[in-house]
Design a protein around this ligand. Sequence first.
Ligand code: PLP
Length: 451
Amino acid sequence: MKDSNFLNENNARHMWHPMGHPGAMQAHPPRIISSAQGSTITDMSGKTVVDGVGGLWCVNVGYSCDPIKKAIADQLQVLPYYSAFAGTSNEPAIELSYELREMFAPDGMGRAFFTSGGSDAVETALRLARQYHKVRGEPSRTKFLSLKKGYHGTHFGGASVNGNNRFRINYEPLLPGCFHIPSPYPYRNPFNESDPTNLAQLCAAAMVDEIEFQGANTIAAFIMEPIQGAGGVIVPDATFMGLMRDICTRYGILMIADEVITGFGRTGDWSGSRHWGVQPDMMTMAKGITSGYFPFGACMVSEAVAETFESGDPDLAAIFHGYTYSAHPVGSAAALACIRETQRMKINENAAPRGSQLFNGLLALKDKYDIVGDVRGGHGLMAALELVSDANAKSPAAPSTVSEVFNVAYEAGAMVRIGGNNLLMSPPLIISEGEVATILEALDAGLSAVS
Ligand code: PLP
């Protein structure tokens, strides 16, 4: 193995990282993670910490899931790759489409289109939504609605519906015809409304207002995360997603649930949509589908959408969209094994109690430290601490302060994630009570260092 000087120097010289300044790697070298076990990761120096991030909201089954590793290794021996462009298919992908249909039938899903990750899945959903309206004879429906604070990946379509300007601004102009509705974020919103139920009504009214303004017959789809993740774990009121569903139905707009984070147990249910009792028209999935062991994703569509395509005009309904790695046999085998393990271990059932433990512990930290302006979570294993420099003015804490909390927490035994002035958490769903306690103790140490 190369020494850390070699690795840091070459990382700074030759490797560009997502979501980072390429010139800053020398001054701020990354932590080089060399191995992982269960819910912990170990860096090059040999330090082991609890992974409060689950890789990147994805390692739901933890790092030691031998059935997935074996399924990948076995599939590599049998068929490492073949295209699934119309004309050929492969066994694990077919089996996976069956399993997904079983798993997400309660959400109304009927077919799966496979991708290499979440951004690809979102792009697929947006493109198929436009095409759906062309197939059914309403080609004027081309626009998209989404929520401010939403994150939908980094392709041009996904970035266009993203609701955080830091993922947009340096890449503009983006797709025309994308409009954003206020996020159901009680701590900060344009209505100054802190009651979540009232806020849900106000956001729904803003959605109706935008639809009336644009003209419903120009809008193809509305995309939302059941719980906004990267935007800061924004948990809407329990009524919110249902309100949005009703509006979409009333105006003939497809509802896309972006389940890239919330799918496969993170909220305590198998999907975030099911958590809120809503059936969307499409679902995008990635991350937990393979627990990150292989890059993979899916866009699922409802039976009704599927039937529109399947009985559609041969030219209009042919799907001229897809990726070299769509339905990759190794990815499909990884997903199959992951889903089976996810179900066998019932990891969703651990997400609820461990999520409550984490959320309650974070609330206790809010009582202890003024720097904690808001705590969000309580619906499975996703949570956030929002740090402020002035609790009354809600002014966001300085980036250096957030970094210090993060660094001290790491030294004290837990990896968390920085998202603006938030510290985000999404540990493996197999995490133990003791490991959640370690995350809380580490954050306590970090907050105490800046208080
Ligand atoms: N959608 C959501 C809700 C996400 O959280 C993400 C990634 O974090 C994406 C889409 C994009 O997924 P990927 O990074 O796999 O392209």
